[in-house]
Design a binder for this molecule. Structure first.
Ligand SMILES: Nc1ncnc2c1ncn2[C@@H]1O[C@H](COP(=O)(O)OP(=O)(O)O)[C@@H](O)[C@H]1O
Ligand SMILES: [Mg+2]
Length: 327
């Protein structure tokens, strides 16, 4: 991607040539309820971008606007270089969408669903394509059974297979693994990775931080209508306290002593815990334990904590009214 871009003359390469998706100042309200309150992001071609947020955050609304199904109230959105507001047809020709709720026709078999899609998209030698998709998604055995008899995981796979008919360059996946068993989830992840390896751009929404961590090149966290954080999973993790050891003591006296002798620690009097920055390696842990011994301190609990995206998410969305209201 990079080398071919640099081979083209600089003037021919505009920002939109490398941005598969460019969103600026996007707003959307339902009635007087603002769901998207001015969001901006860009997705590089050939990358995976994950929009992360809890139920009701506005993920599907974003997907709907980006895929021309819904009009924005304000802002500009370009997908595959085209404005979604004015070039609906061009945008639709470049994208594939797998919605949150499977678009599979239950009264048709898996093969028939795919065949129908191939016909709609006027794919030549559709039969061969259908067979190869059934094989790729491990649906051959059930190909001629009604989709109504498929498990949730099989339906999602069929839905995604249908999205791939016509080779869209940009694919939108709205919560592709919500409600799937761990095994089907892994299969979906593997397929996403294959698509990216082929150069497809993926816009993926999820409520699962580990999913974004596993798949995404960049992540944006949607909270109360705004993107409260954006970056690579590693960058986001760096925004919050790093690896540390957590110690819990039996009483305040012990906590007092421990807080004094362990440099750089942060105490929580209510929880009777102490957080000590550490690289988590065995040598530093031994030094820490020796320190406790020297002062005849005993930690009732001892754990090494490595931050993950869950911590980022909690840190970013702490102390907000919606969280309290959701309880
Ligand atoms: N058509 C609609 N009319 C009114 N409110 C809606 C509509 N669609 C979604 N909402 C509300 O907008 C918010 C965001 O919804 P949605 O984009 O579906 O979030 P997510 O996909 O992140 O769960 C929610 O509070 C939802 O109830
Ligand atoms: Mg949704």
């Amino acid at each position: 991607m990079k080398s071919s871009a640099s081979a083209v003359s600089a003037s021919a390469v505009s920002a939109s040539a490398v941005s598969a998706i460019a969103v600026s100042g996007l707003r959307k309200a339902y009635g007087d309820k603002a769901v998207l309150d001015g969001i901006d992001f860009e997705v590089a071609a050939g990358s995976v971008f994950s929009l992360l947020g809890p139920n009701g955050a506005g993920k599907t609304t974003t997907v709907n606007v980006l895929t021309t199904l819904m009009k924005a109230d304000a802002g500009t959105v370009r997908v595959a270089g085209h404005d979604v507001a004015t070039a609906t047809r061009e945008v639709r020709a470049a994208i594939g969408v797998t919605g949150q709720f499977a678009a599979v026709d239950e009264l048709l078999s898996g093969r028939e669903n795919l065949r129908l899609m191939a016909d709609l998209r006027r794919v030549r030698s559709g039969g061969r394509l259908v067979t190869s998709l059934l094989e790729r998604f491990d649906l051959m055995e059930s190909a001629d059974k009604l989709a109504a008899t498929y498990s949730g995981g099989m339906r999602r796979k069929l839905d995604l297979a249908m999205t791939l008919v016509g080779n869209p360059r940009i694919i939108f996946l709205d919560e592709p693994t919500t409600g799937l068993d761990p095994r089907s989830r892994r299969t979906m992840w593997a397929i996403v990775r294959e698509l990216v390896a082929e150069g497809t751009t993926i816009f993926l929404t999820t409520q699962y931080l580990d999913e974004a961590d596993q798949l995404a090149d960049r992540v944006a966290v949607l909270h109360q209508g705004r993107l409260v954080a954006q970056g690579t999973p590693e960058e986001l993790k760096r925004q919050i306290p790093g690896t540390h050891v957590r110690l819990r003591f039996a009483d305040l006296d012990e906590l007092d002593v421990a807080a004094r002798v362990l440099a750089g620690s942060t105490r929580d009097d209510e929880e009777l815990t102490l957080r000590v920055p550490s690289d988590g390696e065995s040598r530093s842990l031994r030094v820490l334990l020796d320190r406790l011994d020297e002062h005849m301190l005993n930690a009732a609990e001892f754990s090494v904590h490595t931050p993950d995206l869950d911590d980022v998410f909690l840190a970013l969305t702490e102390n907000t009214s919606t969280k309290v209201a959701a309880r």
